[in-house]
Design a binder for this molecule. Structure first.
Ligand SMILES: Cc1ncc(C[n+]2csc(CCOP(=O)(O)OP(=O)(O)O)c2C)c(N)n1
Ligand SMILES: [Mg+2]
Length: 519
């Protein structure tokens, strides 16, 4: 007689049947039956991360590239808590993820063992869907519900808590998740209102987000812009923007509030397409939270839960724009390689000159990268990924997930040194999995952005104690050694010539490669 299936195996088989075939993991004792089931059942790629922020961030990057959830495996409340910051970022990016979080056996919870915690309470703020499975016979059905929740459009964070006895007890078999639902269609009223706003004599702009940043949608937006003369703009940080030569270019709303206000004043009225009315990252004394001018208005064409491509097409048809060639198409352009000392502008030119076709750029460059767009606009087609949730340490984990999702593409992670330190362990996973990720560390030895913020909130002449809290020197980080210590090839660079040489080595390496750029 065949060996009976336990709860853990029924869940693994349910996940695989539901199209989830990658699990980013950091397990513990309570997850051992799940680990054994992963071992027994073929078809799941398991990727170990040495900190849960790596695990959750990798699942975010995976979804951003494939629009398909991965699973995570996390160890009780503390393991989940370690992964929360990047779950927050994933949630803001509308990435679907199925978190499997181990829990003590149901009868053990009452004894308040060391790892006992309110896991549902920990999960709730960063999850759309949370459930503790009550029994081994319910686990498969609960797993199917988690898959359905994660696959909703836009993607959701689904957290399934798995008490150990539900994993080792007997199960009845697998459960089938319902097929993903199609996104909702926008109403003809929404299309007409958008068309009316664009036809008026007042200045107007399409503010694009979510799926509107895919090539096909950008092309429709470009046709509308050419026909009506409207502007094209995106939010400051995007889940995934398809850009480069031959694609319709869009500007981002700047981070710095005064600059953002200028851009929004020039934008006029807004048609919102997968984006919300823009808000400042932070409040500052005497500056507004809302970035639109008071006399501007907006109309929503489509939300991220709706069929954005169909909405843009309906709008283009309504405006008679389908036969119009798109505006703002980026001409192919490779800047010349600069020489001498490295500046942010020079780095932008080097990236523009060297970005490989189809590259995936994960941008956590913070202050160094503020002006990277113009010089890279004409590089061969590539994707550009930003931090949607503002919690730093997202970049290298997301790069892992993107590389696993797209093994044929080069991933370039642009990292502030402060940000990179949050999830440094990512390097080890990159090396272990042989991922083609080139990591550029902008080693300025500071939390540079916060120096500006100190001034922005009105602090004049900061003293040594304040300055010291924004410096990450003393001791200086040695990124080449840190990379080597985790099995990643690395080189330092100080000039443009050295950076170009190192980038060339990185982009031709088999696995990951780190470049410490001393600024
Ligand atoms: C989880 C988290 N902690 C702290 C911050 C505050 N913070 C924002 S940017 C930043 C420093 C970024 O430094 P770095 O990556 O070196 O970029 P630079 O400013 O030097 O360009 C910090 C600490 C944050 N955003 N998220
Ligand atoms: Mg820095």
């Amino acid at each position: 007689m065949a060996e009976a299936m336990n709860g853990a195996e029924s869940l693994v088989r349910t996940l695989i049947a539901g199209g989830i075939d990658v699990c980013f993991t950091n397990p513990g004792t309570s997850e051992m039956h799940f680990v054994a089931a992963l071992d027994k059942v073929p078809g799941m790629r398991c990727v170990l991360g040495l900190f849960e922020g790596v695990v959750t961030g990798a699942a975010d990057g995976y979804y951003r590239m494939l629009q398909r959830p991965a699973a995570t495996l996390l160890h009780l409340g503390p393991g989940l808590a370690n992964g929360l910051a990047n779950l927050h970022n994933a949630k803001k990016a509308n990435s679907g993820i199925v978190n499997i979080v181990g829990e003590h056996a149901t009868y053990h919870i009452a004894h308040d063992a060391p790892l006992t915690a309110d896991i549902e309470g920990v999960a709730a703020p960063m999850s759309h869907w949370v459930k503790t499975s009550p029994s081994s016979r319910a686990v498969a059905a609960d797993g199917a519900c988690a898959i359905e929740a994660a696959r909703r459009i836009p993607g959701q964070i689904a957290t399934l808590i798995l008490p150990a006895d539900t994993a080792w007890g007997a199960a009845d078999g697998i459960a089938e998740a319902a097929p993903p639902q199609a996104p909702g269609q926008v109403s003809s009223d929404a299309v007409k209102a958008a068309a009316a706003l664009l036809r008026s004599s007042e200045r107007a702009t399409l503010l694009l987000g979510g799926d509107a940043l895919r090539q096909h949608c950008l092309e429709l937006a470009g046709r509308i812009a050419a026909k009506t003369g409207c502007g094209l703009l995106t939010e400051g940080a995007n889940t995934r923007l398809e850009r480069g030569a031959g694609r319709v270019q869009v500007e981002r709303i700047p981070y710095v509030v005064d600059r953002a206000l200028g851009v929004m004043r020039a934008a006029g009225n807004l048609v919102l397409v997968g984006a919300r009315e823009p808000v400042a990252f932070f409040a500052y004394p005497d500056k507004p939270s809302l970035l639109m001018p008071k006399d501007a208005r907006s109309t929503k064409l489509a939300g991220v839960d709706q069929d954005i491509a169909a909405a843009l097409e309906a709008l283009a048809i309504e405006l008679g724009a389908m036969g119009t060639a798109p505006a703002s198409v980026a001409a192919p352009h490779r800047p010349l390689l600069p020489k001498g000392p490295v500046t942010p502008a020079a780095i932008a030119s080097i990236l523009g000159a060297m970005l490989p076709e189809n590259a995936i750029v994960v941008d956590e460059s913070v202050t160094t990268g503020r002006e990277f767009f113009p010089a890279t606009a004409g590089a061969p087609p590539h994707d550009w990924i930003n931090n949607r949730g503002g919690s730093i340490g997202y970049g290298m984990p997301v790069a892992i997930g993107a590389a696993i999702a797209c093994p044929d593409r080069r991933v370039i992670a642009l990292e502030g040194d402060g940000s990179a330190m949050y999830t440094l362990q990512s390097l080890w996973t990159m090396a272990r999995e042989g991922l083609a990720v080139t990591v550029l560390i902008f080693a300025n030895g500071t939390y540079n952005i916060l120096r500006g913020e100190l001034t922005n909130v009105g602090v004049r002449n900061p003293g040594p104690r304040a300055v010291d809290m924004l410096s990450i020197g003393r001791p200086d980080l040695d990124w080449v050694s840190l990379a080597h210590g985790m099995g990643v090839k690395a080189a330092g660079a100080q000039t443009c010539e050295e950076l170009a040489k190192a980038l060339n080595a990185g982009l031709n390496a088999q696995g990951p490669y780190l470049i410490e750029l001393r600024l």
